[in-house]
Design a protein around this ligand. Structure first.
Ligand code: PGA
Length: 260
């Protein structure tokens, strides 16, 4: 399978968030399968995010195969009495290169705040991990016409300490909460509109150059049958995939998107 992306300003990033699925052995077997399926697919970064217990096995399985491994969360301190937490240095020591931060499940189920997200993004950047910072509105907020206000708040808090030179080393994932795990994907137009807004906010906060270099992903019920139209949008630089990243055949098809 040989595919080349067209002249895009940013390298597309396709990330699979496994959430609390897959043992270490299952994750390694998945990576073997995926690597065989995407051999020859070029011009995109491929990332899988296993649970903490699967990170070491995933890094070993992914070595030399053009697949990077992300954690699903990180704490901001280097070490200390923080039972249950994992530091950025512990992740880089394993060979992990990226980390998802502020996923809506962490915000909603575990009470993560915009301030927690800011500290985690800052710590990840400081340790050379690529943060994938998640933002997105609830269904009620969208219906009340508050989408842009919510996104602006999450971005302003999360990235208040962002230096413009860091923008190329991070990604933002727009994940409308009403689209996550529901099968209700945002239309490509809705996703493009929100992501275009996010890029303009970044331009205001961190400058044009930063806004042009940050990769902005869409997440929420991405599937093999909607990936191509999503990736055809000018501001969508990749996707964060939950359910459809758990099977190697569907994730491989998403990785091998064709953007028209
Ligand atoms: P989904 O999850 O693809 O299953 O909707 C996306 C996510 O939570 O990142």
């Amino acid at each position: 399978m040989e595919r080349h992306s067209s002249a895009r300003p940013r390298i597309p990033l396709i990330a699979g968030n496994w959430k609390m699925y897959k043992t270490s052995a299952e994750g390694a077997a998945f990576i073997d399968d995926l690597a065989a399926r995407v051999r020859g697919v070029t011009g995109r970064d491929i990332v899988v995010a296993p649970p903490f217990t699967g990170l070491a096995g995933a890094v070993r399985a992914a070595a030399g195969r053009g697949i990077q491994v992300a954690a699903q969360d990180v704490y901001w301190e280097d070490e200390g009495a923080f039972t249950g937490e994992v530091s950025p240095g512990m992740l880089t020591d394993l060979g992990v290169t990226c980390v998802i931060i502020g996923h809506s499940e962490r915000r909603q189920i575990f009470g993560e705040t915009d301030e927690d997200v800011r500290k985690k993004v800052h710590a990840a950047l400081h340790h050379g991990l690529l943060p994938i910072m998640c933002v997105g509105e609830t269904e009620a907020e969208r219906e009340a016409g508050q989408t842009e206000e919510v996104l602006a708040r999450q971005l302003a808090h999360g990235l208040v300490t962002l230096q413009s030179e860091d923008a190329g080393r991070m990604a933002v994932a727009y994940e409308p909460i009403w689209a996550i795990g529901t099968g209700k994907t945002a239309t490509p137009e809705i996703a493009q509109q929100a992501i275009g807004f996010i890029r303009r906010q970044l331009a205001e906060g961190a400058g044009e150059a930063a806004a042009e270099s940050v990769r902005i992903l869409y997440g929420g019920s991405v599937r093999p049958d909607n990936i191509d139209e999503l990736m055809a949008q000018p501001d969508i630089d990749g996707v964060l995939v939950g359910g459809a990243s758990l099977k190697a055949d569907s994730f491989a098809r998403i990785v091998a998107f064709e953007a028209g």
